[in-house]
Design a protein around this ligand. Structure first.
Ligand code: NI
Ligand code: MN
Length: 231
């Protein structure tokens, strides 16, 4: 698979069979590189409804060939806003589409949609485990605090790659994210959700420090916005 980081929590994944996935599609985030793929994508995954994760989905998912996957409440919101192809799920379930298996897993966070003065209920926040055509899986944790059931996600789905927030304040900090690696036991961890705003003070350097303590066997790859790796 090809993994491209677009800043914050936004990743483009191209699967071994060429399915194009965009996760948490905030393409105009402050870290976003100038060169980026505006789609159309085959799949767009939304972990939760906060603006920095819903991102530009209303512009990016206008064509019916782009399937958006999100929790039920976000699905209803997007359908009501004219997005043609949205599949709703809920925590614990798996869904097969385009040769992939998408599992929605829990996240410890909140989720709501801000429209003018109103806060609309966004359902529960989530993470995703995506099993690829070749049997390997990756895990995008969304926004979350540390929870011990990450161990269960590791045991059940054995994701080789984990995308974990490290920015602190609204999500796990570096120490918690390193402990998450000890529970999940991925081969590779890619940190996200840091440095975008001043409050997100967790750094890859601190994460590397704690990773040595809690899970030294896990490889760390810090991607610069716009950078692509093959795994
Ligand atoms: Ni959030
Ligand atoms: Mn966020």
């Amino acid at each position: 698979m090809k993994i491209t980081f677009y800043g914050h929590a936004t990743f483009k994944i191209i699967t071994p069979e060429g399915i194009r996935i965009l996760i948490d599609p905030w393409l105009d985030n402050p870290q976003s590189p100038e060169e980026k793929d505006l789609g159309p994508y085959d799949l767009i995954l939304i972990t939760h409804a906060h603006g920095d994760h819903l991102g530009n989905v209303l512009e990016l998912a206008r064509t019916a060939t782009t399937e958006v996957i999100a929790i039920h409440e976000i699905q209803q919101y997007l359908l009501a806003h004219g997005i043609p192809n949205v599949t709703g799920m809920n925590i614990g379930g798996s869904y097969r589409t385009k040769g992939l298996t998408i599992t929605m897993v829990q996240a410890l966070h909140s989720s709501s949609i801000q429209e003018d003065e109103a806060l609309i209920y966004g359902g529960d926040p989530a993470g995703f485990v995506v099993r690829l055509e070749d049997g390997r899986a990756f895990y995008h944790a969304g926004d979350t605090g540390l929870f011990y059931d990450m161990k269960l996600i590791g045991e059940l789905y054995q994701p080789e790659v984990a995308f974990l927030p490290i920015g602190d304040h609204y999500v796990m900090g570096p120490r918690e994210a390193a402990k998450a690696c000890a529970l999940l036991r991925p081969k590779l961890v890619i940190p996200m959700h840091f440095g975008t705003f001043p409050l997100l003070t967790g750094t890859p350097e601190k994460f590397a420090h704690y990773l040595k303590e809690f899970a030294p066997e896990v490889e760390l790859k810090v991607l610069a916005p716009g950078e692509t790796i093959e795994w």
